[in-house]
Design a protein around this ligand. Sequence first.
Ligand SMILES: NC(=O)c1ccc[n+]([C@@H]2O[C@H](COP(=O)([O-])OP(=O)(O)OC[C@H]3O[C@@H](n4cnc5c(N)ncnc54)[C@H](O)[C@@H]3O)[C@@H](O)[C@H]2O)c1
Length: 460
Amino acid sequence: MIRNILCIGAGYVGGPTMALIADRCPDVRLTVVDTNPDKIAQWNSERLPVFEPGLDAIVRRARGRNLFFAPITPQAIADADLIFICVNTPTKEYGEGAGMAADLQYWEKSTRTILAHARPGTIVVEKSTVPVRTAEAVSRILNLNPDGTKYQVLSNPEFLSEGTAIRDLAAPDRVLIGSERSVEGLAAAHELGWVYEHWVPKDRIVYTSVWSAELSKLAANALLAQRISSINAIAAVCERTDADVTEISRAIGMDPRIGGRFLDAGVGFGGSCFRKDILNLAYLCGEAGLGEVAQYWLSVVHMNDYRISRFVKGILDHLFNTVADKKLAIFGFSFKPETNDVRDAPAIRICTRLLQEQARLAISDPQALENARRALAGLPGQADERVAYEPDPYRAASDADAVVLVTQWPQFKALDYERIYASMKKPAFVFDGRNLLDHERLYGIGFNVVAIGKSPRLHF
Ligand SMILES: NC(=O)c1ccc[n+]([C@@H]2O[C@H](COP(=O)([O-])OP(=O)(O)OC[C@H]3O[C@@H](n4cnc5c(N)ncnc54)[C@H](O)[C@@H]3O)[C@@H](O)[C@H]2O)c1
């Protein structure tokens, strides 16, 4: 019976996931640990390190009751019946597989800590996204113990999407639990299943082999990213042919074989997962001698890079081939709305490129300004001095040559664009990198409007 759960890693996945489990399983005690003491202090404070709609309320309900954020101690590991590993698995930046493979150092360190202090029989669950057969490697490390006790290692990949994490966790499409096919493996899988059954219907809990669960996570992210790159490739064709990508998305999305989700053209995908997981998948394919398959998935990442550089090139072209000393208001920095996460956000590349062109930037974002400042710190050529971080979008746009919309926060749609137009230099431009705004209206106000996958609307 699972009474005590430990989670190693208090990040965007570990924190919200454990908070939701604590909320739905009052009979289970959850402790979330992290090597970063600042993060633990933040989780115990009024200002959580992760912004997610609905997260504050469930943390407040469960914290101190059956949810605890604490430093990692041998006792916390020894007390656990089940341990989730939710540490980061970024793209490796050194040595073999640099720029492609997943860096498993945090993973391996967690495993060794478990080995040193866990009780025999503790169930270990990989929630981090890892290469196929990682659970097998972990199992090998854990089962090296001299007393012969066998640990069961499960794969339980997380499919939450930042910005809607609490909704996704509360009503998941499916929960995937991969285990060894042995009696012990299946028993461990059903113990974890019992935790989810507190709020997830049984038919949504899917039991598979460990390898299928691991590969399902990589495959899901690769397919979602591929849809974005596909519609962005079509958007480039639209820009050359006067077709409109929004009309195309709608028309093709009505075909149930295609479906309408993840078909919005824009400045491309970002976040901590898509790029990293596709690179990881391509690396695995390469290692398995499947060069053609690796190239296929890499093209999804290349299309994303192309979309970002094409957007920046469009800004330069329309602003008369120079942005040097021009003020550009950047609307949105997080990689998507409703999160403060800026990891691999398209805004980082877009702003970096514009700063290389000597532009002055005023960045506005409802939640991500602190992280934006950190992400852009230390760029060469004293670029820092040309960036202002401005919570008020009206002040960001005042005296600017252009508004560059990068993240589709709904707040940006609700702004008074007549007021913005009046405060800007003329000719005033809007570059809508997410097709969020009402382009016809903006054009009527006097803006020149350049959007993704559409003909530009220009007054000259
Ligand atoms: N962010 C997402 O939307 C998402 C969705 C699904 C899956 N994932 C996967 O989940 C995993 C975690 O992602 P994240 O976004 O939460 O990462 P994160 O960087 O936000 O959090 C990871 C945390 O683990 C901590 N950590 C690292 N090594 C540790 C150790 N040895 N002991 C204790 N703590 C340690 C870090 O300090 C950090 O706070 C990754 O593998 C990611 O691919 C992420």
